[in-house]
Design a protein. Sequence first.
Length: 463
Amino acid sequence: MTTENIVRLAYLLASVLFIVGLKGLTHPRTAVRGNRLSALGMLIAVVAVLFQYEILSATEILIGVGIGTVLGIILATTVAMTSMPELVAAFNGFGGGASVLVAIVSVLPFIELGATEFPLLFTIPVAASVVIGAVTLSGSFIAFAKLKELMSGNPIRVPGGPFLNLLLLLASVGLSAWLCIEPNATALWALTGVATLLGIFLVVPIGGADMPVVVALLNSYSGLAASATGFVIGNSVLIISGSLVGASGLILTSIMCKAMNRSLPNVLFGVMGEGGETASADEVYAGKVKSTSPDEVAMMMDGVSRVVIVPGYGLAVAQAQHAIRDMANLLGERDVTVEYAIHPVAGRMPGHMNVLLAEADVPYDQLKEMDEINPTMETADLALVIGANDVVNPLARTDPNSPIAGMPVIDVDKARTVVVVKRSLSPGYAGIPNPLFAADNALMMFGDGKKAILELVSALKES
Ligand code: TAP
């Protein structure tokens, strides 16, 4: 078999592994295997590319793979679960940057040698790689800076606002046309600069709290840029993998928007919390909030047969997943049915709760999606809400003026008793009070999520 055929076969194998890997990611039980298969596909693709283009020797490839593996292990084991979105943002940025660089080096040397005739089938993907890649690069690093709080996470109003962006978009289209029809270095560099500015000004006005949606969208862009780069260098595996990333990123963005009952334009150009008048915290809570203690909750748990645990962002902040699993195991030993109700946007990134609970070895069959658990909420003896707020706020159902009106929520208020574990009555991401905390059947167990649940575990062991 010729080297070319081996490389083609490797590309085919890598593409199949990407697709099978993605399929694995559709269920928590198969997600880890799916991830490994995709990573193997990527390794095969990278090695095949290096052989195909004879860029590096086998030893150099192995050294590169070794360095990448060490860096990957360090990053994966040291990054805090709460910092995942910014890590993904940085990865997207690097992906976009790589597309821009590959597109530039594919065309610039020829321009400098005086070439003027390029087929449109080459220059169009070059322009697309540069525009989408540069927007992804700068937009992702602004998202990274906002999430890491290196710059204000609040929406920043840019003078000129949408008009400036429209101007930059039109300039990108004009420069792209110039580059495609009459390839030259000035158009190439100007396009890179304008698209970089466009990425910055598109993301700067968006609030830090909406960044996960933006990161998912930029992830999709990084895939589209990679796919365009695949056309530039005639590499099929890059076209396939880029399209897969582009499509899955777009699907994810749409799922996140739907789960928040917001449209993508509202996320990109609106501000979360811009609803009508809603009641103030004083009006909602005054004199109606009842607090409880771990000992009391342990006593309550004595007579229950079904407990639904609702994890939220605070569970991730407190890192309470192991404590909660221990508590669930204790209840399981007493023949109590324990289920976890997972809201699609609980936490700050897609699948946040699934990842945390999987890390603590919570059995997958105990994880229930919102749509599955809601119709059964009335038969739950106890709903234990840990560090969740917006995703259990009944205002979404009852107040059409609320900024979260229409957002599907987990109906914990319908359970016989609700215990909410959080440190105070502070609002969640949407910044609005939650009448659940003042409901007749609700009790607040104030404290850090992990500490409170560890105390509950001790109380359960003693009871
Ligand atoms: P939030 O509504 O943000 O509420 C989290 C609660 O956790 C806070 O009220 C906070 O109250 C509590 N908390 C923080 N640290 C804690 C600790 N150490 N121990 C105990 N509690 C702690 O979270 P949620 O219910 O998970 O909802 C997620 C929100 O994020 C939604 O509004 C969603 O639209 C938005 N969002 C999510 C995503 C994705 S993809 N997941 C993307 C964009 C936006 P205290 O300060 O009183 O403790």
